[in-house]
Every structure is written in structure tokens, then in C-alpha cells.
Ligand binder design. Structure first.
Ligand SMILES: O=C(O)CCC(=O)C(=O)O
Length: 239
């Protein structure tokens, strides 16, 4: 799946690109069904329902699953999808190496995730996030939001997030005059974003719509681990 020069330039300059229909409707339907079944099996290693100060958050009933590729064959297959890896390789100019997989169920009423940079969690650069919409993702359900071009200035400081709207308690201090951009997506559309672009999401405000997503993070074979500057890593929040 060759990208156009415009798509590659968009990723480099803006820090993200959306590839429509990267996954077929049939595959996305299988993903939804599969992960709902696996969720119903009970707790999995690393589940995250978010901070416990909002017990009514439906994320607690459907916690985010992580690193399913360690115990689930279908996840291994989907994270190694030829088109996905091919696009990733063209964007990072390197051979992708899988680091992390997640499913964020985000049921009706669920909190979002405060805006952050993935390299504030995973200290490897370059890093790329791949976010596959499993449901229609729009403003009402708390679509992905990002700050275009925010990947160009390294890591920002971290601060406490508002856990009334975010299931995590940490966020990036946004650059001045930063404009957030919401990304509307259909099932199967896939967002590729730089590990330094600020992104996150707000609450699912609906009563009846889910916003499920399958998320993978890759490094390149030549990516390097780095030491984050003081105050720029999520672990520095309480210091
Ligand atoms: O899905 C979301 O709302 C946020 C996901 C995210 O921040 C990530 O995949 O790094």
C-alpha cells in the first residue's frame, strides 16, 4: 500500500495521518466481537479502568486491555497486518517492531484520556501510535483529539489532569495558543501518529454508543531509548 508524498509529508509536518478503510468492515466486526468476548472472560494482566475516584465510570466495568499480543493469537495477527506494517514502515523509514497493543472500550458515559505525548510514557524515539477505529468515532463519543505539529518541540512538561473527564491523572502542559483538532473516523479508518504529538480524548457523552479502538505502538529497529528531561515523564508527576 504505497503512500502518496502528500500523506508522508502530512505525517512529518503535522505529526499524524489518517488512512481511510485500512481494515475491512468484516475484520473490524471480528475485532469488536473478539475483544468483547475476551473482555467478558474476566480480568487480564495490566487492565486499566482508570483512577478510582469516579466509581461510576463505565471504564471500570470494561477496563482498557493491554498487551493482548502476549496471550492472544488474533491480536498478533492484526498487529502484524501487512497493510498496517507497510504504512508504518513508510512513515518511520524503518522496520517496525511491535511494543504495545491495547483495546480501549470506552462505553457510553466513559471518561476519556487526558492529552499527553506517548513518549511521556514510553521513552523510545522514534515511536509511532496506530489507532484503529472499531466504531464510528465522532465528537459525541469522544473521538481522538490532537494538537497538530506538537511533535516538533520535544517533550512538554507533565501536570495533573482533571479526573472528572480523564481516566488517567496526568497530562501534557499544552503549548501556548495550541489548537486541538478532533478526528472523525469510521470503523476501519486508521490514525497513525508520532510518539511526540499531543493527543487524547474527552468523555463519551452518549447514552448508547461505544467508541472501541484497537491501538498498537511500534518503534523502529533503529529507534533508541532516551532519558526524559526532569518533569517530562508521567513518573515525574509527584516529584
Ligand atoms: O483512545 C484514546 O482516547 C486515547 C488513546 C491514546 O492516547 C493512545 O493510544 O496513546
Amino acid at each position: 500500500m504505497p503512500l502518496t508524498p502528500q500523506q508522508r509529508d502530512h505525517y512529518k509536518e503535522q505529526g499524524f495521518v489518517v488512512i481511510p478503510h485500512l481494515f475491512s468492515t468484516a475484520t473490524v466486526t471480528s475485532m469488536r466481537e473478539h475483544y468483547m468476548k475476551r473482555r467478558a472472560e474476566g480480568p487480564k494482566p495490566g487492565d486499566s479502568g482508570g483512577t478510582t475516584d469516579h466509581a461510576d465510570d463505565p471504564n471500570h466495568q470494561f477496563p482498557r486491555m493491554i498487551n493482548m499480543h502476549n496471550w492472544d493469537e488474533l491480536t498478533q495477527e492484526w498487529a502484524a497486518d501487512t497493510n498496517l506494517l507497510n504504512v508504518t514502515e513508510q512513515l518511520i523509514d524503518d522496520t517496525p517492531v511491535l511494543l504495545q497493543t491495547m483495546v480501549y472500550f470506552k462505553p457510553p458515559g466513559a471518561r476519556g484520556q487526558a492529552l499527553h505525548q506517548d513518549e511521556q510514557y514510553i521513552t523510545i524515539d522514534p515511536l509511532i501510535g496506530v489507532w484503529v477505529a472499531l466504531d464510528t468515532s465522532d465528537e459525541d463519543v469522544g473521538r481522538m483529539v490532537l494538537i497538530p505539529r506538537s511533535h516538533q518541540n520535544g517533550l512538554f512538561r507533565v501536570e495533573t489532569a482533571d479526573t472528572a473527564i480523564s481516566f488517567t491523572n496526568v497530562q501534557a502542559v499544552k503549548p501556548e495558543n495550541a489548537e486541538e483538532l478532533g478526528i472523525d473516523m469510521s470503523p476501519g479508518d486508521t490514525l497513525f501518529f508520532d510518539g511526540k504529538v499531543i493527543h487524547g480524548s474527552y468523555k463519551n457523552k452518549t447514552r448508547d454508543r461505544w467508541r472501541r479502538s484497537f491501538i498498537c505502538h511500534y518503534m523502529g529497529e533503529n529507534s533508541q531509548r532516551f532519558e526524559p528531561a526532569e518533569g517530562t515523564h508521567v513518573s515525574h508527576l509527584k516529584k
